[in-house]
Write a protein that binds this ligand. Structure first.
Ligand code: B12
Length: 133
């Protein structure tokens, strides 16, 4: 079998087996990512499905979502001693005065880590909700 045929068969095999894989052979996972604001101004909810290499942190998911749809999924972070703090999503910023922030959930569970360290699993639904504290 020629190397080209072998490669083609390998790609078909991993596709059929349902495990997507990047060019270097690192398996990728799919994460559903939603952003929700019902708190202030015009309400919005946008959802996107993102594929990232297994082991990626949530920040990588957000970067990929931003790359795929910069209009809705743009975001900004601020550096803190805990790592990157998500200050703004879709042009909506949390504020100390208004006591608002972007709160992160996996389904209905509040994440116990920031976007720089949380590692989503395949099929997970991450939701960022504009919230009050
Ligand atoms: C108060 C607080 C908040 C407030 C901060 C605003 C405010 N003005 O009060 C709010 C409610 C915004 C907040 C949010 C979050 N928080 Co908080 N927070 C704290 C708490 C209780 C105290 C921080 C503090 O005031 N320190 C004193 C000041 C002087 O130090 P500072 O470094 O300047 O504090 C700033 C940073 O800590 C930053 N900050 C607060 N929380 C977080 C979380 C992350 C991941 C980052 C990067 C920065 C950050 O805001 C502070 C004020 O500007 C700590 C627990 C602790 N004991 O430290 C948890 C803590 C830091 N938060 C935590 C978490 C998980 C979050 C969230 C990710 C929760 C979520 N699921 O959304 C979000 C951040 C999401 C985002 N947008 O990126 C975890 C971090 C754990 C980890 N290993 O990553 C901690 C340790 C609590 C815990 N034990 O679970 N938080």
């Amino acid at each position: 079998m020629s190397p080209v045929t072998f490669c083609a068969l390998w790609v078909v095999a991993i596709t059929v087996s349902g495990v997507a894989s990047s060019a270097v052979g690192v398996p990728s996972i799919t994460v559903d990512y939603s952003i929700v604001n019902d708190l202030t101004g015009e309400p919005f909810k946008y959802s996107i499905q993102v594929s990232v290499p297994k082991g990626s942190v949530l920040l990588d998911v957000m970067k990929e979502a931003q790359k795929m749809n910069p209009k809705d999924f743009s975001f900004q972070t601020e550096s803190t001693s805990w790592g990157p703090f998500v200050a703004t999503i879709n042009h909506l910023s949390g504020s100390a005065n208004g006591k608002t922030y972007w709160q992160f959930f996996s389904g209905t569970f509040v994440l116990d880590k920031g976007v720089g360290t949380y590692v989503p699993k395949d099929g997970e639904h991450i939701i960022a909700i504009f919230s009050k504290y």
